[in-house]
Write a protein that binds this ligand. Structure first.
Ligand code: ADP
Ligand code: ADP
Length: 233
């Protein structure tokens, strides 16, 4: 059963002669444990689709069901809540809070979700352990390599057990060794049942996913399973 379901999604910016039709009829299902890359040239609609998937924006028309909720029926508060609880964001620039420990950074989504301190600590340590950084819990971001900082950001994205991990150019600031490390981590997490969507314009990054969706001019022009899919054995 799909955890994300988009039906005939259109996104239009502006009105009249100035209207830009950024997405033109996106229909798409993503299942639990899918590891999907969304590719396409600049201007093809990747950021627009990411903003919709992450509930940062609501489509002009069409239906988006995230974990069974119809996003267009939600008010601003409910959207903020669904972003906190259902989506874990990973960014190109890591977006860690400086001078706060790795553990403190990973705990943040649980602070917003009002999880008690002791439980926060345990869950954040578990998440750091999952990305292989339990021994760096008390290090600040500036004491970690770029690859390690991105792993902390992934732990932060996972800690509240979201429906979806949404990563925007997650390897854009990393060298090739750290890039491989992060992509291997997404592969493992997906095999363990997490649902991961990566937005990228880099083909070698997309090719490591289990499924690649290509956008052009606001429509899906290709949706294929890669050789890395667990179904390929
Ligand atoms: P990509 O991320 O693939 O580069 P975008 O989703 O940013 O594509 O853009 C898709 C189209 O929508 C482009 O034509 C872009 O100029 C336009 N667009 C994106 N955001 C806005 C906006 N806030 N206002 C007007 N046009 C926009
Ligand atoms: P990306 O680098 O991911 O392709 P863009 O450079 O297309 O992103 O867009 C960066 C930001 O500017 C996005 O938030 C997008 O919504 C906005 N944007 C893109 N095109 C336009 C536009 N024509 N008018 C206004 N905002 C835009």
């Amino acid at each position: 059963t799909p955890v994300l379901q988009l039906t005939d999604i259109h996104q239009v910016y502006g009105t009249g002669d100035a209207a830009v039709h950024a997405l033109r009829g996106i229909t798409l299902e993503i299942a639990q444990g899918d590891y999907v890359a969304i590719m396409g040239p600049s201007g093809s609609g990747k950021s627009t689709l990411m903003n919709l998937l992450g509930c940062l924006d609501v489509a002009s028309s069409g239906t988006y069901l995230l974990a069974g909720s119809d996003v267009k029926t939600l008010d601003e508060n409910q959207l903020a809540r669904i972003r906190n609880r259902q989506v874990g964001f990973v960014f190109q620039s890591f977006n860690l809070v400086p001078r706060m420990s790795a553990l403190g950074n990973v705990e943040l989504p649980l602070v917003y979700a009002r999880v008690p301190r002791a439980e926060r600590r345990t869950r954040a340590l578990d998440a750091l352990d999952m990305v292989g950084l339990a021994d760096r819990a008390n290090h600040q971001p500036q004491e970690l390599s770029g690859g390690q900082q991105q792993r902390v950001a992934i732990a932060r994205a996972l800690v509240a057990s979201p429906t979806l991990v949404l990563a925007d150019e997650p390897t854009g600031n990393l060298d090739s060794a750290s890039t491989d490390e992060i992509l291997a981590m997404f592969d493992l997490l997906a095999r363990d049942g997490r649902t991961i969507v990566v937005i990228t314009h880099e083909k070698h990054v997309a090719d490591q996913a289990h499924r690649v969706i290509t956008l052009s001019d606001g429509v899906i022009v290709s949706d294929r399973i890669t050789a890395n899919t667990p179904m390929a054995g």
